[in-house]
Design a protein around this ligand. Structure first.
Ligand SMILES: Cc1cc2nc3c(=O)[nH]c(=O)nc-3n(C[C@H](O)[C@H](O)[C@H](O)COP(=O)(O)OP(=O)(O)OC[C@H]3O[C@@H](n4cnc5c(N)ncnc54)[C@H](O)[C@@H]3O)c2cc1C
Length: 484
């Protein structure tokens, strides 16, 4: 079989379809073993879909119904996430979380969540009074009468987490093929032939980590017995001036529509408010609308009053992949074909444990694993603004590009952007730079640094500035003359 460019489709061991947090975690975990692995994504970057637009919480694990796969993997995943973020230098903070209650119905829900948490083995849970909750979070409403306190909940940069896992997997030999959409799968003796927009792949095993499109990918092989129903969540991101409104994640009491709205600090120092929960017809529908956002704001004000909407610097939305069975679908769907599907929340928290579960499934199915003699399991990123004075001087001495600030809001230097281009899975768009270096994430949302970031990308890839993309295919920034 020929791939584009005349290359022959050599047999590999594992093909991972989808490079969100689940595909990236699978790639990382599998890269410990002597296997030939390729991970593909239809988009031009890691974490380009649901993984980039969510609440960024590592849930403690009191929410999933005990006995579900979700419950088991949430609690295990949250422990692993803590270790991984430390090893791979991912922005992560164990802030803890509250679920707050206003009346006796809420108290009953909070008691149920406490019981779930205890059954799920969530450590350090307690129910506290409204007064105690306000001592710890003075901005909480005086009407809050009780709260579930979950000190092991954490916040993380979700895209940094996925990129760190993917980069580490790449350092350990996994090949990433982006802009590569799987379009068909055929079994053959000893494996699968996968047709893509970028040639064919032959693999002994397939991992379906296609998020919102996992039912389509499953359907390439055989009729899917599940359907992904997209559910959108809309957010406000507030400026850093509001970042310390609360010091931990505060959840409203959940109802039948889900975990509800949270008010949470982010690891980057902002305040995040959302998400909503509404059905959408199309998986890619990440539009925001005034009515829904107003509802989110009103809900949040009920438990954290006095927030100022004028501090909002951005609205965005993400889409959940809900499989409608109330649990993740993690299974060997056909010999050597693994579904990691229906990974709605707490998928970000559970992803490292989902990857471990995948290995168990593969082993149980007869897949032979042998550990590599050498496995790189550490990663460090230079973040100029986090360096002290002597650290900054040394960075500039070694590379004068660290002395040139590109993003003034976030103090991001040219050196950090150039370093990102050296990554084993480099960024190719303005948003790719934003996800790795955080240029454009500040108060002006890229108004100041965008032209310089475009110049740097154009220079790096020898492109005309008109050809530089903001994000996905076709998202040209400079219009008028379309670059190639
Ligand atoms: C509003 C919202 C809030 C959330 N909050 C939290 C939270 O706080 N904590 C938490 O734990 N979880 C949270 N989640 C859930 C979490 O974001 C998801 O569980 C997780 O991101 C799913 O990752 P994934 O890799 O399965 O999917 P994705 O990130 O969507 O990755 C799937 C990838 O597959 C690719 N793909 C699809 N089809 C193909 C194909 N045919 N060929 C090649 N590639 C393909 C896509 O391009 C995509 O990049 C939230 C979700 C939403 C929407």
């Amino acid at each position: 079989m020929l791939r584009r460019g005349g290359r022959r489709a050599f047999m590999i061991d594992v093909l991972i379809i989808g490079c969100g947090i689940v595909g990236a975690a699978a790639a990382y975990e599998l890269s410990r073993y002597n296997l030939k692995i390729t991970a593909i994504d239809r988009l031009n970057d890691i974490a380009g879909e649901t993984t980039r637009a969510n609440s960024g919480l590592i849930h403690a694990g009191f929410d999933p119904v005990p006995g579900t796969v979700m419950a088991k993997l949430n609690v295990r995943g949250s422990r692993l996430a803590n270790e991984l973020c430390e090893k791979l230098d991912v922005p992560y903070k164990r802030t803890g979380a509250f679920v707050v209650g206003f009346d006796e119905n809420d108290r009953a829900t909070i008691k149920r969540l406490y019981r779930y948490g205890i059954e799920n083995n969530v450590p350090e849970l307690e129910i506290i009074s409204g007064e105690k909750a306000r001592e710890l979070e003075p901005r909480l409403s005086p009407e809050v009468i009780c709260a579930l306190n979950a000190p092991t909940a954490a916040i993380v940069s979700p895209w940094d987490f996925a990129i760190a896992l993917a980069e580490t997997a790449a350092l350990n030999g996994v090949k990433f093929s982006l802009n590569t959409e799987a379009t068909g799968i055929k079994p053959f003796d000893g494996g699968y032939l996968v047709a893509t927009s970028n040639g064919e792949f032959k693999a002994r095993a397939i991992v379906n980590a296609a998020g919102l499109y996992a039912d389509n990918v499953h359907g390439f092989l055989k009729k899917a017995d599940f359907e992904i129903i997209p559910s959108r969540g809309q957010y406000y991101l507030l400026d850093k001036s509001a970042g310390s409104t609360v010091s931990r994640t505060v959840f409203q009491c959940p109802d039948e529509s889900g975990k509800g709205v949270v008010v949470t600090p982010t690891v980057h120092g902002n305040l995040l408010i959302g998400p909503s929960s509404e059905g959408v017809d199309c998986c890619g529908d990440v539009a925001t609308d005034q009515q829904t956002l107003e509802h989110v704001w009103k809900t949040a004000l009920k438990f954290v009053p006095g927030m100022d909407m004028r501090e909002s610097i951005r609205n965005f939305a993400g889409v959940r992949a809900v499989a409608g069975i109330g649990d993740f679908i993690i299974r060997e769907a056909a010999k050597g074909f693994y579904d990691l599907a229906g990974i709605k929340s707490p998928g970000l928290s559970a992803a490292p444990a989902i990857a471990e579960e995948l290995i168990c499934l593969m082993e149980a199915s007869g897949f032979k694993f042998s550990l590599k003699d050498e496995f790189t399991d550490r990663r460090r990123v230079v973040r100029f603004r986090d360096l002290d004075g002597p650290g900054r001087s040394e960075a500039i001495r070694l590379n004068p590009a660290y002395g040139r600030i590109v993003c003034r809001c976030e103090s991001i230097t040219e050196g950090e952007i150039l370093e990102a281009f050296n990554s084993p899975v480099p960024p190719v768009t303005v948003d790719g730079i934003k996800r790795r270096c955080h240029a454009g994430m500040g108060r002006c949302q890229g108004g100041f640094c965008l032209p310089r970031v475009i110049e740097l990308i154009a220079k790096q890839f020898d492109l005309a500035p008109q050809a530089v993309l903001k994000d996905r295919k076709g998202s040209y920034i400079i219009t008028g003359v379309k670059g190639e």
